[in-house]
Ligand binder design. Structure first.
Ligand code: FPP
Length: 248
């Protein structure tokens, strides 16, 4: 018996393992990323079915620009293709699509396509699908700190008023439910500069499954594992038990 609701309100995923999946099939890395796109569809479907309110996917980190030019171009082309092919269906399903990260680094065409998709789906609220691109957790904290500094500079707030609550308002995804579950596929056990601030109280789940093989059953397993966790937020296990049943 735990106080954790059975379904996480917000899941974030590091979709790792596309390259190894392709290599095992003697195919280029881009083949793995393409297969990864299908897994994205699976997981979106799974979240819609299970009533998860928000899903945040790490599609391209600020460090991924260092990959071979050929792979970066293939990923950019894949994002464009995905946007032109998937947005209609996502919209029909009531999905609100949002891109987080420093979008200025992308081509005008890609930026426009992202903005159009965000605008088109902005009234949907069945599932908030956030795609992190050119994103880094340290970047996110830095941009929030800059917002705070500017507010101080304009005389709108005092330095003493900068705190977790005020800074938190400027972090990406601030308007969404807090992150409940962080999933990383592909066997590595690290966070890799994803959502550093937002991860503060998230439950972490790591699986060896490579991203292209991650399907709705895998998602269900991650959710079931999460449902069995006891979230204490700094309290003791006894305190948590008493808050569930104050009569004890
Ligand atoms: C990490 O695996 C994966 C990426 C950097 C790209 C993720 C992109 C997709 C899943 C494409 C579809 C996404 C959307 C939103 C349409 P890796 O290449 O590092 O794998 P490896 O560790 O096996 O080399």
């Amino acid at each position: 018996m735990t106080s954790t609701p059975a379904i996480p309100r917000h899941i974030a995923i590091v979709m790792d393992g596309n390259g190894r999946w392709a290599k095992a099939r003697h195919r280029p890395r881009s083949f793995g990323h393409n297969a990864g796109r299908k897994a994205v569809r699976e997981v979106v479907e799974g979240c819609l079915r299970q009533g998860v309110g928000a899903l945040t996917l790490f599609a391209f980190s600020s460090e991924n620009w260092q990959r071979p030019e050929e792979e970066v171009s293939a990923l950019m082309a894949l994002f464009l293709r995905a946007l032109s092919k998937e947005v209609d269906e996502l919209h029909e399903q009531g999905v609100r699509l949002r891109f987080i990260g420093d979008l200025d680094a992308f081509s005008d065409t890609l930026q426009k396509s992202m903005q159009d998709a965000m605008k088109r789906t902005s009234d949907n609220d069945r599932l908030h699908l956030n795609v992190a691109v050119n994103y880094g957790g340290r970047w996110d904290i830095t941009q929030a700190a800059r917002h705070a500094a500017r507010a101080v500079e304009r005389g709108e707030m005092r330095v003493e008023e900068i705190g977790e609550a005020t800074l938190g308002k400027w972090m990406s995804l601030a308007e969404l439910p807090p992150l409940d579950l962080f999933v990383r596929t592909g066997g590595e056990r690290r966070v890799s500069n994803f959502l550093l601030w937002q991860l503060a109280y998230a439950e972490l789940y790591f699986t060896d499954t490579l991203w292209p093989d991650f399907d709705q059953t895998c998602l269900q397993q991650a959710i079931a594992d999460y449902a069995g966790r006891e979230r204490r937020y700094g309290r003791t296990g006894d305190q948590v038990a008493r808050s569930r049943n104050p009569a004890c």
